[in-house]
Design a protein around this ligand. Sequence first.
Ligand code: FAD
Length: 474
Amino acid sequence: MEPSAKPEPKKINLERVEMSKQAPEVRRQNFDEVAFGYTAEEAMAEASRCLDCKKPGCVANCPVEINIPAFIRAIKAGDFAEGIRIIRQKNCLPAVTGRVCPQEEQCEGGCVFAKKHGSIAIGRLERFLADWEANQGESMQNVQKPQVTGFKVAVIGGGPAGLTVAGDLIQLGHSVTVYEALHKVGGVLVYGIPEFRLPKKIVRREVEYLKNLGVEMVENYIIGKTRTVDSLLEEYDAIFIGSGAGLPWFMDIPGNNLNGVYSANEYLTRMNLMKGYTFPSVQTPIKQHKRVAVIGGGNVAMDCARTALRLGGEAHIVYRRSRDELPARLEEVENAEEEGVIFDFLTLPTACIGNENAWVTGLACKKMELGEPDASGRRSPIPIPDSDYVMPVDAIIYAIGNSPNPLIPATTPDLTVGRKGNIDAEEATGKTSKTKVWAGGDVVTGAATVILAMGAGRKAARDIHAYLQSLPGK
Ligand SMILES: Cc1cc2nc3c(=O)[nH]c(=O)nc-3n(C[C@H](O)[C@H](O)[C@H](O)COP(=O)(O)OP(=O)(O)OC[C@H]3O[C@@H](n4cnc5c(N)ncnc54)[C@H](O)[C@@H]3O)c2cc1C
């Protein structure tokens, strides 16, 4: 008799399914999105790598606690509607977070495959489901309206923190109005992150979703100028402040007032929100610089350099440490390198240099070397004597950080702020020192990430809801 054949072990596709993107030489000529996203077949192949762990490290690392294994199971089964339904229970901006979250540090960092073979591409799968949903064009009509409570909440700032609060509270039956200072809701998602990383139509889609749920959006409305927090309190039962960290930092060096010196905020707002790059079809021209120095090494610096490149200039990243210490996401550094951004590592700017008409002509710099690790664990840069030189450039962009704008604290009595101007708020609830006022996102933490802002919004929404439930009904 033939020995019984051993069953074939179940094969798991170990290697990550790559996502196709525009070739570097093509994409550096346009502002279209760099990455194309997975097809349904690619998404199902990638989902099939998931081991569906009993104690999923991915969920533990997700600030908004999405049931990641469940949505991946749904993709594996080809049930995309169920997949997006699971995500939307916890995340009102999946098309955004699927694109810009630092997944390698969060969900994907907790994956058992992270060290070998590459973690499951959770962000790409999330993006796939959100884009699939958008292509169905149905989801917004399917939303069930909750019973109306009669309570009114004002949200200050239409960034990820404010939009999360709005999305969570409207679904609990409260009436929500978002007040946004700029002419478009979305926060950094529309004025900061460039079109080639996060197309504006995607943010618009997510904002429309909230509007369909019943959230009222009031644009061009600056709280602290058009109306104060105290005046809002006369009309609303609770207020959430999610006004972000939009006040740019500059180095204390000569020449900052020259023409051609920008903050990243100004440069990116002109380019992204005001679409300077499509002039003359929009009336917001931006100067086309030939050689641009971007000071900084984070995501914001990469965005500025890659934008300058797309405008036809040569773009330099000037960073005082080495490549290993760059705070930007590796994916963005690699994208910038592929596109031709030039990295000037171990370089410290010492002055902005200008001509007789006060236009920038160069950036004076000093070369550095790395010394011992500092308090942050990163090796500190030390100047090399007699290494000064001038880099010829016609624009300098500061991308070294931001802090919250002082307008709201300055016009709101009883609201306490920390040393750097951040509003003090309890981490677990977002409660501030002022009764009926909550805060969260960058205005509390300083410049951080989209998902952390959303996580803070979620906690505050939960606490605001608990507070409203404790009040006599309306
Ligand atoms: C260029 C750039 C690239 C980035 N890239 C990434 C990335 O890849 N991944 C990532 O996770 N994070 C990234 N970040 C960080 C991330 O975008 C922020 O951490 C996040 O947007 C913070 O959300 P928020 O809601 O707290 O604030 P914001 O997004 O800043 O939104 C605050 C909103 O409040 C409005 N506002 C301010 N003051 C008032 C007022 N007085 N009245 C009414 N409205 C007001 C502002 O106009 C703004 O719309 C990036 C940031 C920048 C600048």
